[in-house]
Design a protein. Sequence first.
Length: 158
Amino acid sequence: MSETMSERARILAALSAFASQRAGLEFGNYGDWKAYRSEQRAITKDLHDFRKLLSSVSWRDSITAMDLRAAFRNAYSGRLSIEDRPDGAIALSYCTGQYFPTEYRKAACAVLASALWAYTRMCIEDGPPPRPGMSDGERMRKAFRREFGARLQRRYFD
């Protein structure tokens, strides 16, 4: 760990390492190659989603380490948690719901999406007034759809 690495950077690096780990799928849980490969594709898609969300959080310097810590508490029922080690390192732990390989990347995405939601809500509240009849939530979802596309917006920001 670099001494000059900020807490925010350490949290994002820990999230990245967590989401980048191998899924550990076991073929015996599927029974046929078609189902197994389908699950592999879905897990890989979750990694691509994570990378898009991570990129979006990374360039928004206004999202602080404190904001990211709050996102861990608010996302995915708090099953992905952050731990501070005595040496200053950041560690993540995950409490599996059903099957770790299919959900751990979704949990990491949910943390980033929660941070983005809070950040965007703050920006909208400080920004110009909305069009008549359009709620802040609608404005936020529209902004997320523009940035990430319809699939990611529906999946993480609805």
